[in-house]
Design a protein around this ligand. Sequence first.
Ligand SMILES: NC(=O)c1ccc[n+]([C@@H]2O[C@H](COP(=O)([O-])OP(=O)(O)OC[C@H]3O[C@@H](n4cnc5c(N)ncnc54)[C@H](O)[C@@H]3O)[C@@H](O)[C@H]2O)c1
Length: 265
Amino acid sequence: MRMSKDLISLASRRVLITGAASGIGKAIALRFADAGADLILLDSDAAGLAQVSSEVRELTGEILTQVVDVGEKAQVDAFWRRLGSGPGVPDTLINNAGCYPIRDYLEIDEAFLERTLRVNLLSTFWMTQAFIAARGHLGGIIVNVASLEALIPLRDDLIPYSVSKAGALALTRSLAHAYGRRGFRANTLVPGAIHSPNTQRQRDTALRHVDSDHTMSDYHYESRVGLGRWGEADEVARAALFLASDLASYVHGCILPVDGGFLAS
Ligand SMILES: NC(=O)c1ccc[n+]([C@@H]2O[C@H](COP(=O)([O-])OP(=O)(O)OC[C@H]3O[C@@H](n4cnc5c(N)ncnc54)[C@H](O)[C@@H]3O)[C@@H](O)[C@H]2O)c1
């Protein structure tokens, strides 16, 4: 029997995390570094990446950072070309980068919708395609970060976001079906309301603009969430660690809520 500490360990693993400069992605980077993984961290925010890199460097062996806008396929392709197909290719991919663009449904134009879909859904589509192609018969592990909004709409001005995250759920399940027998294990995390720089910015803006829709959705969430509180980014990171580790060797195509019991209530 393998020891539990070996099953959870990421020693000798190489993990690529998108959106690693902030919030949940940063927490995943720190948690995975602590578990022994070498890391490749991607983000469009160069300064944030440099900051995370200096924090992670204390914990892990090797770390590579790359400034990439994952919403631009040309940049995703260029990144994978630079990485090549040799030993630098990661064995695990965490598609976490995302944005929450808020706009009334009737005000949404093509550019707004396309950008949301590119950052939140197409990034996952193209990153995973390149990952599977680079790994080939070696297989690998994929963890995608979706959202409660994909399952239950909480806000009326986040419709493109909900659509993008529902697409990420469908993509993960399709890939699980298509690539499980070829050595790839794929799962989706569904975080509830999690403290992060992004959610804090939204709350601050809502307070400044007396945004009753936002305040009501926070109230609705908080009155329904079983544990009675928002989650912390590291609590999502710990669930990601479980899915990426050998503890989850038979967990595949799963949608794992990290929502303090919201969906159960
Ligand atoms: N915080 C929550 O309550 C919550 C809930 C459900 C789902 N999520 C999802 O979790 C993920 C992380 O969210 P967070 O709250 O930590 O947000 P965050 O804004 O703190 O972090 C997101 C990171 O992604 C990066 N990013 C955004 N667009 C990018 C792009 N085009 N290319 C490269 N990097 C890009 C940002 O620079 C940032 O570093 C997102 O996918 C989000 O939709 C968050």
